[in-house]
Design a protein around this ligand. Structure first.
Ligand code: NAP
Length: 289
């Protein structure tokens, strides 16, 4: 990393907690590779302090920052400008300084889409099924719509929550239609599914023997389908192993994590960024932990 000097500019991630964040490793590796005089630091900020913190970050001339739990939604009314993705998702994860104040966007949408964009598909004919209806699912819905999908099925263990999630898009500018389903209907949805996305935490490292969808249900997934798990530890998850055994194309959450970070750094630095260096930084972090 270049030496900190009087000219060093600050980038940050704010949240509570932030000690687990992989962003400092990823961004500082890219900053070092580029040889630019920036430093990316984690800043733990309590919910009650967000507004004060934003004024402070502006006062000390922080160039931009990432936002994580619990501030992704509550930061929105405090911003001067909000990009379309963040408006649709209802959450911002990347903020930068403008003359008028802080501007925000949501790079999770781009991060989610990045590994899909390189696949040859007529997305207007692809029916995505999204497992879960939490924060990440919102970015996935917007990503599917931006790819060109016209209808998105959202399935969850609580039908009322899935229905509320679907209703939340009714007056939005989203092009795709969002339809709610409960877990029991998944088997019937599978034969028509072109993209199956797990946005639940089921299958993460501490529960790696679990899968959100059983082997029997996955057996009904067409061979040309894409199975996408937002989880990045373990790699692959049981869900992706089972889907690969069915012949599906599989994508894990690592590329989304890298690409959302690269998109943020590109906004802050206004230049191309070394994505491969960011990927290597994350992989070596995982290899050590
Ligand atoms: P969240 O807002 O808490 O949403 C979690 C969703 O999973 C909810 O719909 C929840 O449903 C459902 N769920 C939880 N446990 C379940 C279970 N046992 N069975 C069925 N459904 C269950 O979390 P999030 O922020 O969306 O994150 C979700 C996952 O995506 C996490 O694993 C996170 O690490 C990953 N993620 C990855 C990236 C990336 O860059 N790769 C980015 C963002 C998130 P209920 O409300 O019914 O509990």
């Amino acid at each position: 990393m270049p030496l900190i000097s009087g000219k060093t500019q600050l980038l940050a991630v704010i949240g509570d907690p932030v000690s687990h964040s992989l962003s400092p490793a990823m961004h500082n590796a890219a900053i070092a590779e580029l040889g630019v005089n920036y430093c990316y630091v984690p800043l733990p900020i309590k919910e009650r302090d967000l507004e004060t913190a934003l004024r402070g970050l502006a006062a000390i001339n922080v160039r931009g920052f990432n936002v994580t739990i619990p501030h992704k939604q509550t930061i929105i009314p405090l911003l001067s400008r909000l990009e379309a993705e963040a408006k649709l998702v209802g959450a911002a994860n990347t903020i930068w300084q403008t003359d008028a104040g802080w501007a925000g966007t949501n790079t999770d949408v781009f991060g989610f889409m990045a590994p899909l964009s390189s696949l040859s598909r007529d997305w207007t004919n692809v029916k995505p099924v999204i497992l879960g209806y939490g924060g990440a699912a919102r970015a996935v819905v917007v990503g599917c719509s931006q790819l060109g999908c016209t209808e998105v099925a959202v399935a969850g263990r609580n039908l009322a929550k899935a229905q509320a999630f679907a209703r939340s898009w009714e007056d939005s500018a989203l092009i795709a239609q969002v339809k709610p389903y409960d877990w029991e209907t998944l088997a019937d949805l599978m034969p028509e599914t072109g993209l199956l996305v797990n946005t639940t935490p089921v299958g993460m490292t501490s529960h790696s023997a679990e899968t959100p969808v059983s082997e029997e249900v996955l057996a009904r997934l067409p061979q040309s389908a894409i199975a996408y798990d937002l989880i990045y530890t373990p790699r692959p998850t049981k869900f992706l192993k089972l889907a690969a055994a069915q012949g599906a194309i599989t994508i894990d959450g690592l590329e989304m994590l890298i690409q959302q970070g690269a998109a943020a750094l590109k906004i802050w630095l206004q230049r191309e960024v070394p994505v491969e260096t960011m990927r290597r930084a994350l992989l070596s972090h995982f290899a050590r932990s």
